[in-house]
Structures are given as structure tokens and as C-alpha cells.
Design a protein around this ligand. Sequence first.
Ligand code: HSO
Ligand code: ZN
Ligand code: ZN
Ligand code: ZN
Length: 261
Amino acid sequence: MIYDCHSHTEFSSDSEMKAEDAIEAARKLGIGLIFTEHYDFDYKESKHYKEMDFLFDAKKYWESYEALRGEALLLGVEVGLTPGSIEANRKFINEVPFDQVIGSIHAIDKLDIYYPEYYEGKKKEQAYGHYLETMADMVKANPYIDVLGHIDYISRYSPYDDKEIGYKEYHDLVDLVLMNVLDTGTVMEMNTRRLDSKAVAESLLMIYARYKELGGQYVTIGSDAHKAENVGMNFKMAQDMVEFIGLKPVHFRERKIEYSK
Ligand code: HSO
Ligand code: ZN
Ligand code: ZN
Ligand code: ZN
């Protein structure tokens, strides 16, 4: 079975999706699902902490959903990667037997890159360069994560006319991220959120083809759904891309890699 390996329910500060609605949406599509709730330990450093803390109680999460866990549903977490959260993340992911751990860059220098403040006074080259550099460092510093989430996260929210991480312009830093991913035995996620655009798909294809060229074999496919209607979004496009490149779609159960077929 193919899994949507990235989704957020009510245990994530920015989602109100009900577990039952998400599971039903996946069932209708004939795919499995992994919940990956937000745990951004360092978010208290952000000025937006009062609106959302991006923390949750692992034991409560497990108690609430354990009965739903099975072939069609696995229980994971998405930890925010920052220099100040390395030990906290390591501790948190051992609180309950999570199936899959995604590591993601959401904040840089204590600035949430969802908001304009990170980009203020920065040219695209600086903003994207520093983002990729930080990502490469954080992958190396957090070798225990299973999956690197949404490499193109910055392209969702940045204010530049061309939002893509063009492989031509950023090949050195993209290669560094990919090599650190491979060195640490981490799997790249292909996030489907932005794949409804052909231009976006073409740009991302370059990055994943390079991943394969450097020795990458596996990829998780994840929608990052915060609403039931987004579960499994653009999966056809992602599966076509993955097949075209020659990567294998996988998911994690009990922190162990499994082929999704
Ligand atoms: N974490 C969200 C983006 C966000 N940041 C919302 C702050 N609020 C993406 O999953
Ligand atoms: Zn979110
Ligand atoms: Zn994320
Ligand atoms: Zn997410």
C-alpha cells in the first residue's frame, strides 16, 4: 500500500483535522496514512509562540490514537530542527514508540520562515542560501531522524518572484543537503503540496534526480495535509515523478523502513 507519510491532526497547533476524517479520506483514496504531529521544541523563542506553541503531549497522543493504529494508520511525529532542540528532540521521540520521525526546517535564527520577518532585508540568494546551509547542518546534527521533510518548504512562503530552489543556482548547497541526507541514512520526503504546478514539479524533479544520482534509493511521499480534503493531494504526480526517476516509495513502521507497494 502507498502511504501519505505526512499529515497533521488536532494534536498539531495549526490543525483541527479530526483523526476519523483523515482516516476516512485516505480510505476513500485507497492509501495508508501516517500522522506526523508538529513538535517544535524551540518555538518558544519565536514571537508567535503565544498564538501557537507547536508542542504536544506524546503520551496523550499515543493513548488517543493507539487503538486506530494498524495497517491503514501509523503514528509519527514531525520535529522542527534547530540548534537548540537536538537533545529535546532525541528525548521526545523516545517517549512513545513512534513509527516514523520526520525532521524539518521551520525556523532559522529563531525566525519562523512562515512569516515575512525572515526575508526582510535579505535577497533571495541570502535567504535561500542560509536556509539550505542550515538544513545541511541540521541533518548532520540530527542523524536519528528517519525522513527529511519538505526540502522546498521555503518556496511556499517566501516573497520572491521566483520561489523555486533552482538546482542550477543552488547546486552546491542542494548537493550538501543531499550528501548529508545520504551519509546519515535519512530518506528524502517528496512533499506533494506544491505539485499541482507543472513548473514546480519540473524544478523539484531536478533535485530528486540528483538525489538518485548521488546514491539515493528511497523517498517518502507526503501531503502535509492539515485538512481532510488535502490527504493524498497530487499523489498521482508524485508517484509518476518517483517512478520516472527510479526511486522507491517507502514508509516507516516502528522506525523501520518498508516498501510501499
Ligand atoms: N507549520 C506550518 C506553517 C505555520 N507556521 C503555520 C506557523 N503557522 C506548516 O505546516
Ligand atoms: Zn503545520
Ligand atoms: Zn513541516
Ligand atoms: Zn508538516
